[in-house]
Design a protein around this ligand. Structure first.
Ligand code: ADP
Ligand code: MG
Length: 388
């Protein structure tokens, strides 16, 4: 993979694919984490004398919905950079090309939402050519979109000299490092809603990790496979077979696949639900498991504290509901305090870390949920492959 070290950008126009797919609220950016994450690349390129043309998608527009315009993103970027950001009213075409060619070194132009163009997701050659016409060089810093072969994430890399931005470079290097040369013991903490979302990554970790700690609603298909009662817990039916296979594989590979031994139950999914603890994992009818219990949280925290490398993806319970956040909080705190390398991926796990004020206390907080999982599964990411 080529990096910014391999590119001459002085006096050149650089098309930078960023991941500015941020949440909006009332026409403003509600969480600017992804914009901040791109700043090192943008600042470096400006300091090195490049003019920047920035392109990103935002949400999933069907028909150029004005509420998915990049305008509020440009305003926030301008505040964060302390520099003006010009905004184009389209993605490609004569007007936009003219604006791009007028830029002086250090100036920035933000294009409109690239998914306003249907050709983006189709990796359409006409759109690719239009994007390539804007710049001399292409830099991809959008790790969160690197698992998609779209015009702005993949196609255009074949048309211009190209390199990875600093964020994408760090994401790929850190995540590959977990699989290739982790400080041992390697502990993976996997939670969240569904086994099927994460079974491929569990499968991979069964080959390389010393321990895999399972939490969240994901543990119920495992319990079901073991013959336990799951009561009214959220238990993904299609997850039961994959869970059974993972348990069998663990018995063969010798990786420890750890499940909760106690739970916190609620009588329904809500912050004002009736709550009780269960020393065991057979959930009575009328109750649902909404968090791991205190003993499990303590055991998982000890594993994390003793790890050389920790990868965490997926909350331990319904952490959005305060009465059921303790397990996720305990894991988050253990990860934040762990002496080893700590890497966190996944939108909700990142949100949990942020909620507890611990986001800056991990070695690496991935900006790409889906992309980080696919990379760890061993899949090739088209956006990364194209930067070779
Ligand atoms: P990530 O985005 O970090 O990959 P997921 O999207 O897989 O995580 O899972 C997060 C969701 O799982 C949260 O909305 C959370 O409420 C839910 N969840 C976790 N544990 C439970 C549970 N025991 N019962 C119901 N929902 C749960
Ligand atoms: Mg999620």
């Amino acid at each position: 993979m080529r990096t910014l070290d391999d590119l001459d950008v002085d006096g050149r126009r650089v098309l930078v694919r960023v991941d500015f797919n941020v949440p909006l609220k009332d026409g403003r950016v509600a969480d600017d984490t992804r914009i901040r994450a791109a700043l090192p690349t943008l600042n470096e390129l400006r300091e090195r004398g490049a003019a920047l043309i920035l392109v990103s998608h935002l949400g999933r527009p069907k028909d150029r919905e004005p509420e998915l315009s990049m305008k509020p993103v440009g305003e926030r970027l301008c505040e964060l950079l302390g520099a003006p950001v010009k905004q184009a009213s389209g993605v490609v075409g004569d007007v936009v090309t003219h604006m791009a060619h007028e830029l002086s070194p250090g100036e920035l132009l933000l294009l409109e939402n690239v998914r306003y163009e249907p050709g983006e997701t189709q990796n359409d050659p006409t759109l690719v050519a239009g994007l390539a016409a804007l710049a001399d060089v292409y830099v991809n810093d959008a790790f969160g979109a690197a698992h998609r072969a779209h015009a702005s994430t993949e196609g255009v890399a074949h048309r211009l000299p190209h390199a990875a931005g600093r964020l994408l470079e760090r994401e790929v290097t850190t995540l590959n490092g977990i699989l290739e040369d982790p400080a041992k013991p390697l502990v993976a903490v996997v939670g969240g809603a569904k086994v099927t979302d994460k079974v491929a990554v569990i499968d991979r970790f069964l080959e390389v990790a010393d321990a895999i700690l399972i939490g969240g609603a994901m543990c119920f298909p495992f319990f079901e496979a073991q013959g336990h009662e799951v009561g009214d817990s959220l238990c993904e039916e299609e997850g039961i077979e994959p869970a059974r296979r993972a348990l069998e594989k663990a018995a063969q590979t010798g990786a420890r696949l750890e499940l909760p031994t106690d739970l916190v139950l609620g009588d329904r999914f809500g912050a004002d639900a009736q709550r009780r603890t269960l020393d065991g994992v057979d959930v009575p009818v009328g109750w649902m498991g909404l968090d791991v219990g205190a003993k499990t949280a303590e055991r998982y925290a000890a594993e994390i504290a003793g790890a050389g490398t920790v990868f965490w993806n997926g909350p331990m319970g319904a952490f959005e509901l305060e009465p059921f956040a303790a397990g996720t909080r305990a894991v988050a705190e253990a990860v934040a305090q762990a002496p080893g390398t700590t890497v966190v991926g996944g939108g909700d796990s990142a949100a949990a870390l942020q909620q507890f004020g611990l986001a800056d206390q991990v070695t690496h907080l991935s900006t790409g949920g889906g992309a980080s999982l696919e990379l760890l599964e061993g899949k090739r990411l088209p956006g990364v492959e194209a930067l070779a």
